[in-house]
Design a protein around this ligand. Sequence first.
Ligand SMILES: Cc1cc2nc3c(=O)[nH]c(=O)nc-3n(C[C@H](O)[C@H](O)[C@H](O)COP(=O)(O)OP(=O)(O)OC[C@H]3O[C@@H](n4cnc5c(N)ncnc54)[C@H](O)[C@@H]3O)c2cc1C
Length: 425
Amino acid sequence: MRAAVVGGGPAGSRVAELLCRQGARVFLYEARPGWEKPCGGGVPERGVDFCPFLADPSLPHIRARRARIYSPRGREALVALAEPLRIYCRTQLNGHFLRRAQEQGVEVFPKRVTSLNREAGAWSVTDATGRSQVVDFLVGADGASGIVRGRVAKSLPQLRQSLGIGYYLDGYTSDEIVLKFFDSLDGYLWIFPRPDHLAVGICGPTGAGNSERMLLDLKRFLVELYGVRVLGKMRSYGARIPSPPPCGGAQDYCAGEGWALVGDAAGLVDPLTREGIHYALASATFLAEALCEGQPDGYARRWEAAFGGELEWASAHLKLFFSPRFMEAFTRLSLTAPVAAIVSDLIAGRQKYASLRGRLTACAPAVGLALGALLFQRLVAGRPRATGPALVPLENGWIAPGSASGYRVESPVTAPARGTPSIGR
Ligand SMILES: Cc1cc2nc3c(=O)[nH]c(=O)nc-3n(C[C@H](O)[C@H](O)[C@H](O)COP(=O)(O)OP(=O)(O)OC[C@H]3O[C@@H](n4cnc5c(N)ncnc54)[C@H](O)[C@@H]3O)c2cc1C
């Protein structure tokens, strides 16, 4: 089989590598090799299940061991993550996937695909230099606004879109993530530490004036948390985040005769968390398996079996999830061990949405007891002072290379050394 893959992000590079390994001749086109794709870079452990090499310390990343959650009214909960969230720079992550594909024999063209033509059951793929390849199968891995989706089937349902914008804050890192929710935003703010900077961002609906409002909220929160000094070292970024169309199963929007879409190109992003790297890797794996079995239809079936209903559930519960009432309760309950365990599993991708309500109901009595104990503790000892997130300035040499995550926080991050900037407030 000769296949062309348009897009060399995690989805494209991974599917190209897997197809080549099974004997296909694969041409991979990437318009911007080595770019820092606007992204948090957080990969839950279930994503690493698909690509265990992501845990290799030679690929620099941070393992965030705690999540600090802020409710709309500023209530704070610190949750220990049973499975740390791995956070990567996208330049390094994409580079790693692309190198693996090349090593497997994928022919990589660092060019933009400009036209696609279907004739007599084959695809002719033309890049910006005017050079064409004729292939039997076309994979669209070209992200949220790629060329393939619009070309393969004009009748495909429109993907939903939201907005992700933010900044890279140079010179700081940490070993915990921060998640902040707001009163009237169907989205949230994140601070993800990377080996040599923080990726901070905020996501929410598209629409006139939304990006300005979101950036204002983001800056206000950063200043409140860390002080104005962090604003001096910011590089901005922004991009649209797709999610599946409102109706239809994967078979309706992922594949057809001689073509398939993977990752963002198929809209395979969680509408609640906006997490898509894991789905990019899962879809790449499912497509490669189905094509290698000679049964392209198996792609949508695999997808439905693994994730059917999950993304629909997330879409349907968006308003409820981000409502201030739910978020206040959720943050308060995250202070109890049973709900903290659920939050930890949600972040690792181990908790399916479909069984979330059942698990919450089952742990209600234990949560009630834990809340009672918390209340008693507060009556006796008073309300604990919020500690604020740990922020590690790299200039002080707190971070040393060579640990399991590629980087190691040498000092306990909750107790900054004397002379280092304090953590706001
Ligand atoms: C602000 C923001 C924060 C996010 N944070 C997270 C997060 O923390 N964790 C998470 O899991 N997900 C996150 N996501 C989502 C995540 O970035 C995507 O789901 C993921 O990158 C999808 O991978 P992909 O390979 O499908 O697409 P992409 O990574 O978008 O790759 C598509 C590639 O196709 C190339 N391309 C496009 N058109 C052409 C063409 N015509 N010819 C050749 N090449 C082309 C592009 O250059 C690009 O490299 C975030 C997204 C945004 C916008």
